[in-house]
Design a protein around this ligand. Sequence first.
Ligand code: HEC
Ligand code: HEC
Ligand code: HEC
Ligand code: HEC
Length: 157
Amino acid sequence: MLKKGLLAAAVIAFVTVFAIGGLQAGTDVADEFMMKSDYPHKKGIVKFTHKKHIDEYGATCGECHHDADNKPRNDLKMGDDVQKCIECHKKPGEVTKELKKEWKAKKVKKKEKDKLAREFHAEAVHDNCRTCHKAHNKKTKTKDAPTTCAKCHPKEG
Ligand code: HEC
Ligand code: HEC
Ligand code: HEC
Ligand code: HEC
């Protein structure tokens, strides 16, 4: 039984160190990364240039990150704890065709529909990326920020 006790102590020590380390380190984020949330993907995996968006495109933390009340997190600093979009926009992928039909039949209003749609992860993410990209392109009269599927989702070869 001594062995079991030792193992338990080791586990507790490990978990404690991990938890404290986690608190001190906040959430790490790479300069760029593949967006591959934890559900099956139909489209090519998108590469997101996190650092470039901040340093070169001038986006502020709060333009993408917000709290549970949808208040922009402009107080964020690198090293703070940051939740993933999917922790709140929990449903995988995009809205299903069936659900779209149901909403149409029920005559759900556009604003309410958009909100229900954003419970789906890909809809919330698309809304965020595309709204800014469209505004940017309109303002600069360019197509610098991608708005079409294939510009973000590479063709799988
Ligand atoms: C243009 C949009 C955008 C901007 C601006 C932005 N982020 Fe992010 N950030 C993201 C996205 C998208 C993710 C990936 C989230 C996911 O996978 O759900 C992310 C991830 C993170 C993560 C890692 C989260 C995790 O659990 O893996 C941290 C930390 C982070 N961002 C901090 C910041 C800070 C601090 C700023 C401001 C200095 C900032 N971000 C600005 C979009 C942005
Ligand atoms: C802590 C929970 C939480 C996290 C994490 C979160 N959201 Fe949200 N988000 C919400 C809530 C609540 C709303 C308001 C309900 C709605 O309108 O969909 C919202 C609204 C939105 C909206 C609509 C904004 C508007 O005002 O028109 C977009 C777009 C969005 N989220 C994208 C994202 C993206 C992208 C991420 C990750 C970078 C993210 N959210 C992370 C909770 C969260
Ligand atoms: C607040 C504004 C804003 C938001 C939000 C935003 N972007 Fe962008 N993004 C830009 C701008 C501006 C450019 C174009 C910069 C240029 O080339 O002049 C850009 C360019 C890009 C590019 C092409 C260049 C590169 O760096 O790879 C990709 C891909 C991209 N964004 C992906 C995303 C994704 C994915 C999201 C959502 C998770 C997102 N962006 C959210 C502003 C934004
Ligand atoms: C600005 C970049 C951008 C554009 C434009 C874009 N997407 Fe996405 N899309 C993303 C990101 C980022 C995700 C989230 C992936 C993740 O975190 O797993 C996503 C997720 C998805 C998903 C869920 C994951 C999967 O592969 O099944 C689908 C489906 C999807 N997009 C389809 C489309 C279609 C169709 C279009 C064109 C009408 C489109 N996207 C345009 C960036 C983009």
